[in-house]
Design a protein around this ligand. Structure first.
Ligand code: ZLM
Ligand code: CA
Ligand code: ZN
Length: 380
């Protein structure tokens, strides 16, 4: 049965854990939680909070909530290790693979519990049926494993949120437009036919995390319920939107999800510090709009994004897309004005397009056809 909306616009709930943006991974580390503070400033600067039905500061995830996915010995370690105790804990730090990507920093356990708490709160609200869309830009940390951190991610808020959704929803679709493969989420549900994972990412032998090839598609009951769209450097708006819309349209038609989780990593934008794609903010946002238009309960999360001024532009624009209002290209004045001088304080800076497009219509066609064939096995 269709859900009847009393409102022409969806009910949107926005989660921003107060203080989440004040954390630091360490000097020169590319992951900068300050981008979350900047995003929140722009969202409020544009007055989007007046269009959002619910704005929540949110309690941190509890230890028990994290245990729904993570190992107890890993959580013991995470909750105990601090920059001050790290010399005594060398052995454990090595055992759990902490290094330059996932350093020990002050309050990292609190930081992790904050972003996970917000994704869980969004999932609960969607399950209760009291919101159509839940947004948590601090979440989307898709690499964390059950028993170790990976790629700047300590706890996997996405897996926790999907587990929560699965208590009420028969089928959850996970879509990941971060430039990195969503390996942690794929792995958690690799044998499940109730969660379909679809990641679009750069895939070359050496690009992190190295997984996500076209023919990795799930195992056992989960066979064909994991899809991977491996792409090359420099993909532009037209090519990305074509393959994104084709794959997602076919996936939704075959899988018929009752809820969707969308990871919106902004490192797929052009001129990202770690990325190599060439997407504009408009095209990244068009992916979000395309998913929104299915009118399926939707959890929207952040993820990567390393050129701060563009990350917060992107997620602000996507907030406006989700609430269904258009906002001017002129950025509102905030205390962070100096960040945005690069574009004369515009929301949509022109693309500089330094990276040559290595993808071809033929390479993308091959992927589309292959995925269409895999989806055939889901029907009937
Ligand atoms: N070295 N500092 C994406 C996660 C990407 C693994 C190569 C570490 C960096 C990177 C860290 C200051 C998401 C790898 C990299 C240098 C082994 C990655 C600290 C620069 C720095 O200057 C740096 C001392 C650091 C890390 C670059 N790491 C770039 N790329 C990837 C992880 C996370 O966007 O998908 C979701 C949030 N790691 O390539 C190495 C192989 C560690
Ligand atoms: Ca991805
Ligand atoms: Zn990424």
């Amino acid at each position: 049965t269709e859900r009847i909306h009393p409102h022409s616009r969806p009910i949107v709930s926005y989660y921003f854990p107060k203080g989440v943006g004040a954390h630091h991974y360490g000097e020169r580390h590319p992951m900068k939680p300050a981008r979350l503070t900047l995003t929140n400033e722009l969202v409020f600067g544009y007055g989007l909070h007046n269009q959002i039905h619910n704005i929540y500061d949110v309690r941190s995830a509890t230890r028990a909530e994290l245990e729904a996915y993570h190992d107890t010995d890993y959580l013991d370690f995470l909750s105990k290790v601090t920059p001050a105790t790290q010399s005594e804990m060398r052995g454990l730090i090595e055992k759990f693979n902490c290094g330059e990507d996932c350093p020990i920093f002050a309050d990292m356990y609190d930081f992790s519990r904050m972003y996970a708490g917000a994704s869980l709160a969004g999932a609960r609200k969607l399950s209760a049926g009291t919101t159509d869309i839940a947004i948590n830009w601090s979440g989307g940390l898709h690499h964390a494993k059950r028993g170790e951190p990976s790629g700047f991610c300590y706890v996997n808020d996405i897996v926790l949120a999907i587990l929560e959704l699965l208590r009420y929803h028969p089928r959850v679709l996970y879509i990941d437009i971060d430039i990195h493969h969503g390996d942690g989420v794929e792995l958690a549900f690799y044998q499940s036919n109730r969660v379909m994972t679809v990641s679009f990412h750069k895939y070359t032998g050496d690009f992190f995390p190295g997984t996500g090839k076209l023919d990795d598609n799930g195992y056992g009951a989960g066979k064909n319920f994991a899809l991977n769209v491996p792409l090359l450097d420099g993909i532009d708006d037209d090519m990305y939107l074509t393959i994104f819309k084709t794959v997602i349209e076919d996936t939704v038609a075959s899988f018929r999800p009752s809820a969707i989780v969308l990871q919106c990593g902004a490192d797929s934008l052009g001129s990202d510090r770690l990325g190599a794609f060439n997407l504009s903010i408009a095209a990244h946002g068009e992916c979000v709009n395309f998913v929104r238009a299915f009118n399926v309960p939707l959890l929207v999360l952040g993820g990567g994004g390393y050129t701060l001024r563009n990350v917060c532009r992107c997620w602000t624009y996507e907030t406006s897309v989700l609430v269904g209002v258009s906002i001017p290209n002129e950025l509102p004045r905030t205390v962070y004005d100096s960040f945005f001088a690069d574009s004369q304080w515009k929301l949509h800076p022109p693309l500089s397009g330094r990276v040559e497009n290595q993808n071809t219509p033929a390479s993308l066609q091959k992927i589309t056809i292959s995925i269409r064939n895999k989806l055939r096995y889901l029907q009937g």
